[in-house]
Design a protein around this ligand. Structure first.
Ligand SMILES: Cc1cc2nc3c(=O)[nH]c(=O)nc-3n(C[C@H](O)[C@H](O)[C@H](O)COP(=O)(O)OP(=O)(O)OC[C@H]3O[C@@H](n4cnc5c(N)ncnc54)[C@H](O)[C@@H]3O)c2cc1C
Ligand code: SF4
Length: 474
């Protein structure tokens, strides 16, 4: 029996409005930003797709609970400065988060519109709003009157910057101590210019300075002053440690000490912070072969492989021991690396780096892997396939298999409790360590994680410090 009722035609699923980008063939020859950002018209059109759900789930996916629904609605009304102010209520570095947050596993993962379509491009909208506000002269936030307390912040990565900003707003006198000659932590020495332009990080730092935060660079706490000296002799009432996890992990395989083997940290720091890509204008050269293998599958590995291409390598391989599904890098970075011609050697593990008589790398022996039962991380454990070894023809190897904390703070601060792997132990709620008045957060507590989780930790610690010092009234 046929029915006269017209069939309901469902609209095909929509995709995120694409972000204008540099062409892959062009961009691998330069270090300029790959993604160019939405125009006003693109941003408004993407924002207008938002369902404005009564109970939005996207916010619960964001570690600092950006008021996503509200800022997107302000974009539809073309009130971009209002949208920026709304985001800044909870996120002090939106131009950075809009560029580097793993949105697909955070805010956008919970977007209701994303059940049938691609989710609303929350990260791209956040970036648009932050860039717009920066370019149109943002005012300072409301600042509480000075309360007479002084706080020292160790490290100027996202956790330290966030903690410093929140405390300054509350009336504290804040000094950031940074070991490097430039502030920003991984945002300046790790993440490359083509993903996060350094002038954006500098502008965020300048904004903090305008709020009255003092910054001392080339200042290693644990060498120049200890934390106890800061508190007992220099008059700081509390200290926040946001010193990150900057010491590289290595693999225990033959050939790891050959000349052309870099840690990703050294490789990226030389290029990003010391501007090796602008040698001889900057006096830091970097030696790199035409054929490069990068070991690892996270953001660090993607950054190192794409940097190697831009330095002139013709063959760049990512060597990762699990499958594509388990790659920990942001989806966008994997996509960009593929577009640029990086070759993915998945389910592959290096067993030896082969050198010639002068110690130069001439190849890397690898073994094929298959996935077995899940391990303690919940991911399926890679298991070697017997007799499957083969040699990749490479002459530079970059190791990107994770980082650990530098022990200088724990070694010079008596009574500071650390975990087996050297991470500082804290009270989750307040951020206070085993030492009264000393707080910590970010990668130094969690191990290598994300920018936004480090910022969340900086925020929680600022709240903890405020509570602690408020009880001590000056
Ligand atoms: C190459 C790379 C790419 C990444 N890509 C992404 C990404 O796309 N998205 C994302 O969300 N996350 C990414 N991450 C991770 C993210 O950057 C980190 O989780 C985040 O920066 C941690 O912030 P933090 O404040 O804890 O430490 P850091 O950013 O590491 O900053 C710590 C700072 O403390 C300073 N310091 C250390 N010891 C001392 C001392 N004794 N005295 C004074 N200063 C000291 C250091 O010099 C550094 O500047 C990436 C990391 C790397 C390495
Ligand atoms: S800060 Fe990151 S997770 Fe939060 S809304 Fe912005 S892009 Fe999403």
């Amino acid at each position: 029996m046929s029915s006269d009722k017209p069939k309901r035609v469902r609209k095909p699923p929509t995709k995120k409005i694409p972000m204008p980008e540099q062409d892959p063939a062009e961009r691998i020859k330069n270090f300029e930003e790959v993604a160019l950002g939405y125009t006003v018209e693109l941003a408004v059109a993407e924002a207008e797709k938002c369902l404005q759900c009564r109970n939005p789930r996207c916010m619960s996916g964001c570690p600092v609970e950006v008021p996503i629904k509200e800022f997107i609605e302000l974009i539809t009304k073309r009130d971009f400065m209002g949208a920026a102010a709304k985001i800044k209520e909870t996120n002090s570095l939106p131009a950075i988060c809009g560029r580097v947050c793993p949105q697909e596993s955070q805010c956008e993962a919970s977007c209701i519109y994303g059940i049938r379509n691609e989710p609303i491009a929350i990260g791209r909208l956040e970036r648009f709003v932050a860039d717009y506000a920066r370019e149109h002269g943002e005012g300072l936030p409301e600042m509480a009157p000075k309360n007479g307390f002084r706080v020292a912040v160790v490290g100027s990565g996202p956790s330290g910057l966030t903690c410093a900003g929140d405390l300054a707003k509350l009336g504290y006198e804040v000094t950031i101590f940074e070991a490097f000659h430039k502030p920003g932590g991984v945002l300046v020495y790790g993440i490359p210019q083509f993903r996060l332009p350094k002038d954006i990080v500098q502008k965020e730092v300048d904004y903090l300075k305008r709020m009255g935060v003092e910054l001392k660079c080339d200042y290693v706490i644990g060498k120049i002053r200890t934390i106890d000296q800061l508190m007992n002799e220099d008059g700081y009432d509390a200290v926040f440690v946001g010193s990150g996890a900057g010491a590289p992990n290595f693999l225990n395989i033959p050939g790891i000490n050959l000349v052309d083997v870099y840690s990703a940290n050294e490789f990226l720091t030389r290029v990003n912070l010391m501007k090796a890509y602008r040698f001889p204008e900057y006096d830091t050269p970097i030696k790199i072969g035409k054929k490069v293998a990068v070991i690892g599958g996270g953001n660090v590995a993607m950054d190192a492989s794409r940097t190697a291409l831009r330095l002139g390598a013709s063959d760049v391989h990512i060597v990762y021991r699990r499958s594509r599904k388990e790659l920990p890098a942001r989806a966008e970075e994997v996509h960009h690396a593929e577009e640029e011609g990086v070759q993915f050697q998945l389910l592959t593990n290096p067993v030896e780096i082969i050198g010639d008589e002068k110690g130069n790398v001439v190849g890397m022996r690898c073994i094929r892997m298959e996935l077995g039962e899940p391990d303690e991380s919940g991911r399926r454990r890679p298991v070697p396939i017997p007799n499957s070894d083969f040699v990749i023809d490479v002459n530079t190897v970059v190791i990107a298999v994770g980082n650990s904390p530098n022990p200088i703070i724990s070694q010079t601060t008596p009574g500071l409790e650390v975990s087996k792997w050297g991470g500082i132990l804290i009270d989750e709620e307040t951020g206070m360590t085993s030492r009264e008045g000393i707080f910590a957060g970010g990668d130094i507590v969690t191990g290598a994680a994300t920018v936004i989780s480090a910022m969340g930790a900086g925020k929680r610690a600022a709240r903890g410090i405020h509570e602690y010092l408020s009880k001590k009234k000056k």
